[in-house]
Design a binder for this molecule. Structure first.
Ligand SMILES: C[S@@+](CC[C@H](N)C(=O)[O-])C[C@H]1O[C@@H](n2cnc3c(N)ncnc32)[C@H](O)[C@@H]1O
Length: 284
């Protein structure tokens, strides 16, 4: 999507304001002030609008049990917002000055204990412990990270500002609609890492062969001489659902086993009895 001329002009004016403000602030406080658009190792720094940060954490359903990692954490806003929601949160940022800015911002916001920042290259960092990963990078970087992301624990939630994961369709897309809250980069994509189910499975009903493309599944159920296609197959983390004929299976994948229930369609037609005279009361 190419931003309109108006949006580009607004961005230009914003950048100039930010540069002027940062030069002034740096001159008066001596603290490093980042500039929107400044070089980063693989991506420049552009902050996610706060309204979209909020929406990204909403769609990921952050709770105090979560461990949120922001890859390329900039000034720390996503990590700080997650910490304010009582989650443990970590920012991985290549630029050491941005790490210091983030630490100062977290301290100012009173969440230095929950919001942590480390200087490092996201390609060399271990983010396997995250329950939620947020990012605002580039599509090509998302695609490079995709195999590692798909190897994370099923159920790990991923939210990316603006950039998609190519053929891995998002489970949900959210947008900040209000112009006054967000002018550019107002849409985020959300995925849940699916369990890996491709292969052959034995069921009491027969042999199930599943093919998997990210969270979508297809395949067949072979029962004696009958082979029936698997339809409407989908994974949401470790939750699986698919249909074979009229039967819908739902369950949970746990490594090399699955457990769940199935429902099948049924119907009944009422039997109309002929009206009978009421039974006579016995004479007492
Ligand atoms: C577009 S900004 C997003 C900042 C923040 N996540 C946000 O949404 O506001 C990308 C950030 O990634 C950082 N970055 C670029 N390449 C990196 C790398 N290889 N490892 C870690 N951080 C990197 C940049 O310095 C920049 O702060």
């Amino acid at each position: 999507m190419i931003p309109s001329r108006f949006v580009r002009q607004v961005l230009l004016v914003l950048c100039m304001c930010v540069i002027a403000a940062s030069v002034f602030a740096q001159a008066t406080t001596g603290e490093y002030e980042p500039r929107v658009g400044q070089e980063g190792k693989d991506v420049v720094w552009v902050p996610t609008p706060q309204a979209l940060v909020d929406k990204m954490l909403d769609v990921a359903k952050v709770t105090p049990q979560d461990f949120v990692i922001d890859l390329g954490s900039g000034d720390g806003r996503t990590v700080i917002t997650a910490a304010k929601r009582d989650a443990r949160a970590l920012g991985i940022e290549y630029n050491p000055e941005m790490v210091e800015v983030s630490k100062r911002n977290a301290a100012r916001e009173g969440v230095a204990d929950k919001a942590q920042f480390i200087q490092g290259d996201l390609f060399e960092s271990d983010f396997s412990q995250a329950t939620i990963i947020t990012m605002f990078l580039l599509e090509e970087i998302n695609l490079k990270l995709r195999p590692r992301i798909l190897d994370l624990k099923p159920g790990t939630r991923i939210v990316s500002n603006y950039f998609t994961m190519g053929a891995w369709a998002a489970d949900e897309i959210v947008t900040v609609e209000k112009q006054e809250e967000c002018q550019v980069y107002c849409t985020a994509y959300f995925w849940i890492v699916p369990a890996k189910v491709e292969g052959r499975w034995m069921l009491p009903q027969g042999e199930l062969t599943l093919e998997q493309s990210f969270q979508m599944i297809s395949g067949t159920l072979k029962s004696g001489a009958n082979t029936t296609p698997v339809t409407n197959g989908k994974l949401s983390g470790d939750l699986i659902t698919f249909s074979v004929g009229d039967i819908t299976y739902t369950g949970r994948v746990n490594g090399s086993s699955m457990d769940g229930t199935y429902t099948t369609k049924w119907n009944a037609t009422q039997v109309k009895e002929a009206l009978q005279a009421p039974a006579k009361k016995p004479n007492l």
